[in-house]
Write a protein that binds this ligand. Structure first.
Ligand SMILES: Cc1cc2nc3c(=O)[nH]c(=O)nc-3n(C[C@H](O)[C@H](O)[C@H](O)COP(=O)(O)OP(=O)(O)OC[C@H]3O[C@@H](n4cnc5c(N)ncnc54)[C@H](O)[C@@H]3O)c2cc1C
Length: 607
């Protein structure tokens, strides 16, 4: 079973992505060039990623005392990915990029995430370099970003610390000016950093000649104290190996040391590290302290980081989606081949009758259809959000601003909904396999383990939920929510004209009204601790409503097409979502609307 027809349908039939070619930035592209990118990525994923997914799970990265060793297959996959040009897919042609719409880039990356999410496709490197293209000086772009886009160097994001995960205002890594001439370094104001960064993905390896860490740290005030809160946080480029202004390695190692590898539940093909900055293991110029070059203004580090959060979070949502999809395809394949049991009714009791395949049982179909509705729905949502990113960057002023606001509201959903429900899809894929699914002889348990990360990193589920209900639906006087409601209403208006879809349009209208009422009720006392105590059930209900809308919109396109098994499948997945999933929002919103304090008020000793 191939993913490609689903991608082609969503990109071309539903999102009409080819119309982007009318914009100046994408004028050199056509359906043919988009297809060529998808073909290349599909092929590299098939040849260099998929065959090694189990290998990278069993041959975890290990430290030989000097270097972190990864399987040869990972080196080859990274090389093929870099050579494909995908690291600079979105960049300007004059710096070697493809000027590809983000929608197509995101779609092309789905093949890698599905084939082997943990070998990775450079999400962090691209995010790191994109940030520098936005906030770096010309020389920082030239020296650091361009060498990342070429694949010569790779990048990390160093935010978390052992004691500061969700609460980044508590980071304590310090950055002090490096000598009296610190401000005049051509690579940017030069500081010495000292501190520990925890959970850093790809923090140490030999895949690339150098690793460019982007590090959040605080510059102490005149009294030597760290400024409390997020206002004091600045951003620094800290290369593993020191470089000169021409982008050449100077031969000196920077003072960044691997303190240990984390041994993860899944996603084992990517190293995860505890890094010590500035402990003196690799003194630079004879002095301890990791050399870092300031990016942007002091105290504005988090703002720079958040600039690229939308795309990073769409990336996480897509990874979760594609892991779910991998499990769906595997379990569908299994269900078509596994004979077990007999049909319901008298004939089923006759052991002389041949067994049927499990895909013929209604309950197995339920599990498959649930996976299809979660994963194909999530894929549509992610590509829709990616299309909004293109609109934000290349649309006219009004359209760009609308896209910005819609993304504000939709990004917590794009990150969190697949993380929860495509993980549930992975659990169902195991269930379809029965006992075999619980063994390492089949791939589905690995998909679940790999996917379990996504509710944790890039802002946990709980933090995303509070961001949605505490900030996003309120910001700019609720304009983002109103805009989203208007988009949903437009879909409902179209669907209500189609007899087969009219009841679903009505159900979506009711769900939307419930969300609006619950948002008001949650905030009725104006007290954040009342409203946010049930932020996660709100996120779940909001996400299910968004997904119902996405499915209805997708099906409006599918419905207009000629009859085919794919059309029947899409209509069934939409119906499944409306009949089996959307009604769940009632229970979730009840505790939100009543500001139910069962959890919030329970004393610790009652647990
Ligand atoms: C495999 C992996 C890769 C990672 N990669 C990177 C990376 O490359 N760079 C990087 O900087 N970080 C990375 N992280 C770190 C990741 O972003 C953090 O783990 C995450 O932000 C949570 O922080 P924490 O682990 O300290 O958990 P905590 O913040 O301690 O959270 C624990 C629990 O408490 C809840 N909680 C915390 N605060 C609140 C609150 N105020 N209200 C309600 N609930 C709350 C959380 O939702 C969570 O359920 C990675 C993590 C993992 C596991």
């Amino acid at each position: 079973m191939s993913l490609r027809p689903t991608i082609d349908f969503l990109l071309n039939d539903w999102l009409a992505v080819e119309s982007l070619n009318q914009r100046e930035r994408f004028a050199d592209h056509s359906r043919e060039t988009f297809d060529a990118v998808l073909d290349t990525c599909e092929r590299i994923a098939r040849e260099k990623y998929a065959p090694f997914n189990r290998l990278v799970d069993t041959q975890e990265p290990h430290f030989d005392g000097e270097k972190v060793i990864l399987p040869q297959a990972t080196h080859e996959a990274h090389k093929a990915y870099a050579e494909s040009g995908m690291l600079s897919a979105a960049q300007d042609a004059d710096i070697g990029g493809m000027q590809l719409p983000y929608t197509v880039e995101a779609a092309a990356n789905t093949f890698f995430a599905m084939a082997s999410v943990s070998i990775g496709s450079g999400l962090l490197t691209v995010g790191n370099a994109n940030l520098l293209m936005k906030h770096g000086t010309d020389l920082q772009k030239q020296v650091f970003a361009l060498n990342e886009f070429s694949g010569r160097w790779s990048g990390t994001m160093c935010l978390s610390e052992p004691q500061a995960g969700s609460s980044l205002s508590d980071v304590v890594t310090r950055a002090v000016p490096d000598g009296p001439d610190f401000a005049s370094d051509s690579l940017g104001p030069r500081y010495r950093l000292k501190g520990n960064k925890m959970w850093i993905s790809s923090g140490e390896h030999e895949l690339t000649e150098n690793i460019i860490h982007l590090v959040l740290a605080k510059i102490p005030d005149e009294s030597g104290k760290l400024v409390p809160g997020t206002r004091g946080i600045s951003l620094f480029i800290v290369p593993k190996h020191m470089v000169n202004v021409h982008g050449e390695l100077t031969g000196e190692r920077n003072d960044v040391a691997l303190a240990g590898l984390n041994h993860k539940c899944g996603w084992r093909g990517t190293t995860n590290t505890l890094l010590n900055f500035g402990e003196g293991k690799y003194p630079v110029g004879g002095a301890p302290g990791a050399v870092g070059y300031l990016v942007g203004q002091p105290g504005k580090g988090l703002a720079c980081m958040f600039h690229m959060m939308n795309e990073a979070r769409i990336g996480v949502g897509l990874a979760a989606t594609m892991l779910g999809m991998a499990g769906y395809h595997a379990s569908l394949d299994y269900a078509k081949g596994r004979p077990q049991g007999r049909p319901m009714g008298p004939a089923g009791k006759d052991p002389a009758q041949p067994q049927i395949r499990i895909i013929e049982h209604a309950d197995v179909k339920r599990m498959l259809l649930a996976q299809k509705s979660y994963c194909e729905g999530a894929l549509a949502l992610e590509l829709f959000c990616a299309r909004l990113v293109d609109e934000q960057h290349t649309g006219d002023v009004q359209a760009a601003d609308d896209a910005r606001l819609l993304l504000e509201v939709l990004t917590p959903i794009a990150k969190s909904w697949p993380s929860e429900w495509c993980l549930e899809a992975n659990s169902l894929a195991i269930q379809v396999h029965g006992g075999y699914g619980y063994t390492r002889d089949f791939p589905v348990e690995q998909y679940w383990r790999d996917n379990r990360l996504n509710m944790i990193h890039e802002g946990t589920h709980g933090i995303q939920a509070m961001d949605l209900l505490g900030r996003k639906v309120l910001m700019e006087e609720g304009k983002g929510l109103q805009l989203l409601a208007a988009r949903m209403q437009a879909t409902m208006a179209r669907a209500s004209q189609v007899p087969e879809l009219a009841a679903h349009a009505q159900a979506l209208g009711q769900a939307l009204a419930q969300i609006s009422a619950a948002t008001r009720a949650a905030w009725a006392t104006g007290n954040p601790s009342d409203a946010l105590a049930n932020a996660v059930p709100y996120l779940q209900a909001f996400g299910h409503t968004v997904l119902a809308w996405i499915w209805l919109d997708v099906v409006l396109t599918a419905h207009a097409a000629a009859d085919s098994p794919a059309r029947t499948g899409r209509l069934a997945a939409m119906r499944f979502f409306f009949h089996y999933e959307l009604p769940k929002i009632g229970a979730w919103l009840q505790v939100v609307s009543q500001r139910d304090a069962t959890c919030a008020e329970l004393s610790e000793d009652a647990f």
